[in-house]
Design a protein around this ligand. Structure first.
Ligand code: FAD
Ligand code: FES
Length: 264
């Protein structure tokens, strides 16, 4: 794990509350795997103290890309930073996605900013398993909030949009698109990876486990330390024998097998 002050190389607004920020750190770039995250804050934080967790969105040379929504104190402050400003970062942290599966079709299901880890995952799946096909199913509230369509086209993976208000793509929740996709492949040789709001993850798990499809979920919890020391990020899972088994999202996850997660 690397802790460093790193320079920002770009920080742009994309759409709605969503921004993309790149920082330079060769050591994290070398060590990172899809689904892992970094803890990040300004060098001199304004109005907040703790580092915040962000998925590693992509790695391009020595640059780590972070896709983030400006929702509160830290992320609004990040949105004001410029090229050359420094961040305090540590990572890479956590357990990422399983890349080696028997799937022939990789279905990446994103809800809103849950799309953040998927550029990196899609690129690594294309590199390591070129014989497989990847499609991103991305749910947004409305058409003006859709992001990353061009990037996924460049990477060469499928990109299908669902909007809650029907203004673009499938009219309804992204889980409806997932059911369509699984129907199209007859559940055979499909692997599902999902990241987004808890209700979406719960439904994705019901669909995938119900059809006996391999499925991993990237969970979100408030975090303080990011390394398993403060117990803030505990989540309820079940062990192989069905017994309750509390795990730390930062250390044991954030990626878990959908079969193991117990939703409230
Ligand atoms: C493993 C992990 C990876 C993440 N990756 C990303 C990412 O790539 N891009 C991104 O935009 N966000 C990501 N998040 C969420 C991000 O950490 C929070 O949005 C951020 O901490 C908010 O900080 P803030 O000070 O701006 O907001 P705060 O002032 O702390 O909170 C503002 C609002 O955001 C909500 N919020 C804060 N933290 C979380 C959280 N962890 N989960 C759900 N809601 C939260 C609060 O309840 C509140 O409504 C990730 C979280 C985890 C645990
Ligand atoms: S954030 Fe401290 S234990 Fe997970």
């Amino acid at each position: 794990m690397i802790q460093k002050q790193v320079p920002i190389v770009f920080n742009h607004h994309l759409a709605g509350a969503t921004h993309v920020l790149g920082f330079d750190c060769a050591e994290i770039a070398r060590a990172a795997a899809p689904g892992q995250f970094v803890m990040m804050r300004e060098v001199q934080p304004r109005g907040y103290l703790l580092n915040r967790p962000f998925s590693i969105g992509n790695v391009d040379g020595n640059t780590i890309e972070i896709y983030y929504d400006a929702v509160g104190k830290a992320t609004h402050a990040f949105a004001e930073l410029d090229k050359g400003d420094e961040l305090d970062v540590f990572g890479p942290l956590g357990r990422g996605f399983t890349l080696e599966t028997w799937a022939k079709v990789n279905v990446l299901v994103a809800g809103g900013i849950g799309i953040a880890p998927f550029p990196f995952l899609a690129i690594e799946l294309a590199k390591r398993r070129p014989q497989t096909h990847t499609v991103v199913l991305a749910g947004f509230r409305s058409a003006p909030l859709v992001v990353l369509a061009d990037l996924f086209a460049e990477i060469g993976v499928g990109f299908k949009v669902a909007t809650d208000d029907g203004s673009q793509g499938y009219n309804g929740f992204v889980t409806g698109l997932l059911e369509q996709e699984l129907d199209a492949h007859g559940n055979n040789k499909v692997g599902v990876y999902a990241c987004g709001p808890e209700l979406m993850l719960k439904r994705v798990a019901e669909i995938a486990v119900g059809r006996d499809v391999f499925c991993e979920l990237s969970l979100e919890q408030r975090m303080a330390c990011g390394v398993g020391a403060c117990l803030v990020c505990a989540c309820n899972t079940r062990a192989a024998d069905g017994a309750a088994d509390y795990k730390m999202v930062c250390k044991d996850g954030p990626v878990f097998n959908a079969r193991d997660v117990v939703f409230e």
